[in-house]
Write a protein that binds this ligand. Structure first.
Ligand SMILES: Nc1ncnc2c1ncn2[C@@H]1O[C@H](COP(=O)(O)OP(=O)(O)OP(=O)(O)O)[C@@H](O)[C@H]1O
Length: 263
């Protein structure tokens, strides 16, 4: 698995950017002034102890926190320099550009085919049967699942193994041609073999997409990401090249976490 980021990516303008992001659940502040740049065509890993705010930050990036009544987001988050919290921006359109894969595979109770076809149909990006057939095949191929399911596309997605279901969910996210894919602990419900397949897939996907992944596994962050951001108690403590974060962190809290002193 290649871990190098292209030099163009290293110097590229950020795909997404958080600027002084604060998040509150009611009175409780979960994130404090987070400044974080997400570079294009890289995998950025968000790590840190339980409750530090990783998932909260991830959910800010496609406004999934909007659906939590008591949640309030302050600061600015941009996608290609466009403010994603602008009142004129449609969150549904945003979520087509910034897709999400969850911890537990959650295929729709529909056929494998319809799981993939659903997004392109509702977003109107494909209309004819031939176009949708093409998207279904391409998305499943990119998610490394087509060969395993091509003879049973009309069977329920829920009948697949856990690892296959997660690849189906990744295919479903890809089907609407997003620019960014957010993954919230996508392997935590999977066995080591299924996990290895998803990790390989993540490495392939970054050629075409920008990826942000929350993970509890430092080994996984080290294997799949080019950049790592360490959160602690709602604060972004340190962000840098993954290799530097794991071999030569600048903050003692990062050092403590990666060496297993807490977390
Ligand atoms: N829906 C919610 N309502 C109220 N508080 C919440 C909600 N979601 C998260 N929080 C709180 O916000 C803080 C950050 O939670 P978050 O889930 O973002 O952390 P995390 O680092 O992803 O944790 P974990 O690794 O355990 O998933 C925690 O104190 C948590 O209790």
């Amino acid at each position: 698995m290649s871990k190098k980021s292209g030099s163009s990516a290293a110097s590229a303008t950020p795909k997404m950017k958080g600027d002084k992001v604060k998040v509150f659940y009611g009175e409780k502040q979960a994130l404090q002034d987070v400044d974080l740049e997400i570079k294009p065509n890289e995998v950025t890993a968000l790590i840190g102890p339980s409750g530090c705010g990783k998932s909260t930050f991830l959910r800010c990036l496609n406004r999934m926190n909007d659906v939590i009544d008591i949640c309030r987001v302050e600061g600015k988050i941009t996608l290609d320099d466009e403010d994603i919290y602008d009142s004129g921006l449609d969150p549904v359109q945003l979520r087509a550009r910034v897709g999400m894969v969850f911890q537990k595979p959650n295929p729709f109770p529909k056929s494998i085919y319809d799981n993939i076809a659903y997004g392109p149909r509702i977003h109107g990006t494909a209309s004819s049967k031939a176009e949708i057939d093409e998207i279904v095949e391409t998305s499943l191929t990119k998610a490394g699942l087509f060969e395993e399911v091509k003879d049973r596309l009309q069977e329920p997605g829920t009948g697949l193994s856990g690892g296959q279901q997660q690849r189906l969910c990744i295919a479903r996210a890809i089907a609407v041609n997003p620019e960014v894919i957010l993954m919230d602990e996508p392997c935590s419900a999977l066995d080591p073999i299924a996990t290895a397949k998803i990790e390989e897939l993540i490495d392939e996907l970054r050629e075409n997409f920008t990826i942000v992944i929350v993970t509890h596994s430092m080994q996984q962050a080290a294997r799949v990401s080019q950049r790592t951001a360490f959160f602690h108690l709602g604060e972004l403590v340190e962000v840098g090249d993954t290799e530097q974060i794991f071999t030569n962190p600048t903050d003692s809290r990062t050092q403590g976490y990666i060496t297993g002193r807490f977390g």
